[in-house]
Ligand binder design. Structure first.
Ligand code: NAP
Length: 206
């Protein structure tokens, strides 16, 4: 796949899968827009990618737990004259334990980041992705999307949403040139499990 001459926005690019996906896209010729909260991490990745590839890399630190991020990010891209061909909605996190004991703010943020912001970014940028017609819409789900996940009830449900939503969009975007896919990884050793904060959920123990 040749991404030369197109720009890809990757959320959650400061770590783990998002960092790796950004690196692979730059390796295939894409210019990049990197989004996450930790600006220092994004700047470090941007510097590495600029050195290793010919990519133009833009860093946009942003908290996707904020409702309706699409308009704000679209305005920042307009200011920079950037049109997207690819959107990778990768940012996400999980929490562990019975819902009755969960912190309500964390639950709300989990739904906002994993679901509501993903939908809002997709709605905002889908017209230009389709117009570019050479890129991809990649929404990161999980193998947790395929069954209920007691102890991670909200997380599994958010990922089931992402997979269902994305499969429907695959149908809606057939024939446009846009490649629409849900990515459902199994366990990958990233910071995900540190953020999750549950020893027993670590890889090899689930
Ligand atoms: N690792 C696995 O086993 C696994 C398996 C299946 C699916 N997944 C999914 O893969 C995706 C990436 O996870 P990962 O494993 O790479 O975990 P990770 O290393 O913890 O990376 C998560 C990324 O999401 C970003 N993020 C979290 N909250 C955010 C917020 N409020 N605003 C903006 N960005 C935010 C983080 O950036 P900042 O902290 O800098 O904001 C970070 O870049 C997630 O959607 C996860 O659910 C992971």
């Amino acid at each position: 796949l040749d991404y030369r001459g197109t720009t890809a926005l990757v959320t959650g690019a400061s770590s783990g899968l998002g960092r790796e996906l950004s690196s692979r896209l730059a390796g295939r010729g894409a210019d990049l827009v990197l989004v996450a909260r930790r600006a220092d991490r994004l700047e470090e990745l941007a510097a590495e990618l600029r050195t290793r590839t010919r990519a133009t890399v833009t860093v946009l630190p942003y908290d996707l737990a904020t409702p309706r991020p699409g308009a704000a990010l679209a305005a920042m891209l307009r200011e920079r004259d950037i049109t997207l061909g690819t959107l990778v909605n990768n940012a996400g996190f999980g929490s562990h334990g019975a819902l009755a004991d969960a912190d309500s703010d964390r639950v709300a943020a989990e739904v906002q980041v994993n679901v509501a912001s993903l939908v809002d970014l997709t709605r905002t940028f889908l017209p230009e992705l389709v117009a570019t017609g050479r890129g991809a819409l990649v929404n990161v789900a999980s193998t947790a999307s395929y069954q209920a996940t007691p102890g991670m009830a909200v997380y599994g449900a958010t990922k089931a949403f992402v997979r269902s939503f994305t499969e429907a969009l695959w149908y809606e975007t057939r024939g446009t040139g846009l490649r629409t896919l849900a990515l459902s990884p199994g366990p990958v050793p990233t910071e995900f499990f540190d953020v999750l904060g549950a020893e027993e959920a670590k890889i090899g123990q689930v």
